[in-house]
Ligand binder design. Structure first.
Ligand SMILES: CC(C)(COP(=O)(O)OP(=O)(O)OC[C@H]1O[C@@H](n2cnc3c(N)ncnc32)[C@H](O)[C@@H]1OP(=O)(O)O)[C@@H](O)C(=O)NCCC(=O)NCCS
Length: 139
């Protein structure tokens, strides 16, 4: 990966309004408020944010029980910076923090990308939304 990029595993000083704006402009906003973005990142087991100068160009985060099960979410590389190994580098950083654990994820359209990172399809995914999507006290 480009040496000019900074990979951060902290969330110090993140402007959550700006983060939402950047993701939305690149069609990767699922409707969370800035506050919901903040809480979802802060409550994650591990996060990775990638910057080129002060420009955010990648995010990924991992939920984990710290022992056996982890779940990868919010994997995004800015569309102008794709296919340069950024998402691979983010995910490898996150996975270094959950050795010995099973990592799960859901994806709609990026099966080949995850295959290249060593993920294999397994079982059947099921999901359920409790109440109404994103309607909770996080706002
Ligand atoms: C999927 C996504 C995160 C990949 O990011 P990226 O930084 O371009 O990925 P990388 O450059 O690290 O690619 C890693 C490997 O996957 C391959 N790859 C990347 N995107 C791919 C795609 N769309 N289809 C097939 N292979 C792909 C790369 O060629 C590379 O292979 P290699 O290391 O064997 O050469 C990016 O396309 C993205 O942000 N998409 C929109 C958001 C999204 O849908 N995220 C996934 C949510 S589940």
């Amino acid at each position: 990966v480009d040496a000019a990029l900074t990979f951060r595993d902290d969330l110090d000083g993140i402007d959550w309004r700006k983060l939402k704006r950047v993701l939305a402009r690149d069609n990767f906003d699922n409707g969370r408020t800035p506050r919901q973005y903040q809480l979802s990142f802060e409550n994650s087991y591990a996060t990775c944010l990638v910057f080129l100068g002060d420009r955010l160009i990648g995010v990924a985060r991992l939920l984990s029980d710290g022992v056996c099960n982890a779940y990868l979410v919010d994997v995004w590389t800015h569309s102008a910076f794709r296919r340069r190994g950024i998402a691979r580098a983010m995910i490898e950083r996150l996975l270094r923090r959950c050795g010995g654990q099973h990592i799960y994820l859901f994806t709609d359209g990026h099966v080949e990308f995850y295959h290249r990172l060593g993920f294999k399809q397994r079982g059947t995914g099921l999901q359920r939304i409790v109440g109404t999507w994103l309607e909770n006290d996080a706002r």
